[in-house]
Design a protein around this ligand. Structure first.
Ligand SMILES: Nc1ncnc2c1ncn2[C@@H]1O[C@H](COP(=O)(O)OP(=O)(O)OP(=O)(O)O)[C@@H](O)[C@H]1O
Length: 319
């Protein structure tokens, strides 16, 4: 078994690495998660990872990054890392190094994920060899699409988390209006991400005459998912409802835009943490609620990805 190819997934907070086996699968015992804050650069984190695994060097690497990939210089959106792909490749002595957007890698993983790692939400059946939509709230909102092309899949590389969002109810409009005073552009990500949950809660509290509260995204889910939520945390429950419904609406928009009759796949760190709440939420109803196109969306299946490291599986498709 050769252990000389590396895959990575660099997010806002964590960098995950693994080595590939001969079948191009990440070796689970080789998977490590390092905190980006603990390292000055990608090269430093990779060097530490390799020395911890007693590896001198790898010949090939594919790294997924939570930022647009344009040209040679990569600047991570939600942490301090900035690097030249070519300099990093030379520094680490790698023959061939690929860097892609993390949701492009996630999209490439979708055909390789076992059914046991997908949770179906609502009805619909996948039409084989049709486009698939990928969306996922994490530190930001990642979006991609997987397009069939001459017997292969092509993954889109876009910035769909920054599109505008369609709000629907009076409460959503009120939250949107408050956020529009704070942000120049109230993108989908301002609602549909971990920090987005906090934006929604604090806007709801302000609308209801309450002071802001120092919630983290994890606090919002903890209070919102409590079996008997306390009245002072009522905004957390409402924020989770709004979050799920807007995610449904946004996912429906993406499916309509891509013609994604192959289904929509929900990744990122937030939704899997909502558990059954998400399955019972208004996600699916708002996903389908597209007027004359409801019949089209009813047939499109939606899945939550619960794989531990799907972007590593996707990055592996590149080498
Ligand atoms: N229990 C939780 N409920 C809701 N959100 C959470 C919870 N725990 C963490 N989060 C939020 O999830 C987001 C991280 O998601 P994800 O793991 O997809 O991010 P990433 O940017 O890809 O990678 P990284 O893990 O490096 O941040 C952060 O905003 C974090 O605050």
């Amino acid at each position: 078994m050769s252990h000389n190819r590396l895959v990575g997934d660099v997010g806002g907070t964590n960098a995950r690495f693994a080595l590939l086996d001969d079948n191009n699968q990440p070796i689970s015992s080789s998977t490590s998660t390092l905190r980006t804050d603990d390292f000055p650069s990608l090269a430093a984190a990779v060097s530490t990872y390799l020395s911890e695994h007693d590896i001198d060097r790898v010949t090939a690497a594919a790294v997924a990054v939570a930022t647009p990939v344009v040209g040679d210089v990569i600047k991570l959106t939600n942490n301090h890392w900035s690097f030249s792909i070519e300099e990093t490749r030379k520094q680490l002595g790698i023959d061939c190094m690929h860097v892609v957007n993390d949701f492009t890698a996630l999209a490439l993983s979708v055909p390789h994920l076992p059914a046991s790692e997908l949770i179906k939400v609502g009805g619909g059946e996948e039409v084989p060899n049709h486009a698939k939509a990928i969306i996922g709230p994490g530190t930001g909102l990642g979006v991609s699409g997987l397009i069939p092309c001459n017997g292969h899949w092509t993954a889109l590389q876009g910035e769909g988390g920054h599109v505008s969002l369609g709000v629907r109810t009076p409460r959503e409009f009120a939250v949107y209006e408050l956020l529009s005073h704070k942000f120049r552009h109230v993108s989908a990500e301002r609602f549909l991400s971990g920090p987005g949950l906090v934006n929604i809660v604090n806007a709801l509290r302000e609308i209801d005459g309450m002071s802001p509260h120092e919630y983290s995204p994890a606090d919002v889910t903890e209070h919102g998912l409590a079996s008997e939520p306390l009245p002072e945390h009522a905004a957390c429950v409402e924020a989770l409802d709004i979050f799920c419904e807007l995610l449904g609406s946004c996912a429906g928009n993406l499916v309509l835009t891509l013609g994604a009759e192959g289904g929509v796949y929900i990744g990122g760190g937030v939704v899997p943490r909502l558990g059954d709440f998400f399955l019972q939420s208004g996600f699916r109803e708002q996903f389908e609620a597209k007027g004359r196109m409801q019949h089209y969306l009813e047939k499109v299946p939606s899945y939550v990805i619960k794989s531990p490291y799907p972007a590593l599986v996707g990055a592996a498709q590149l080498i």
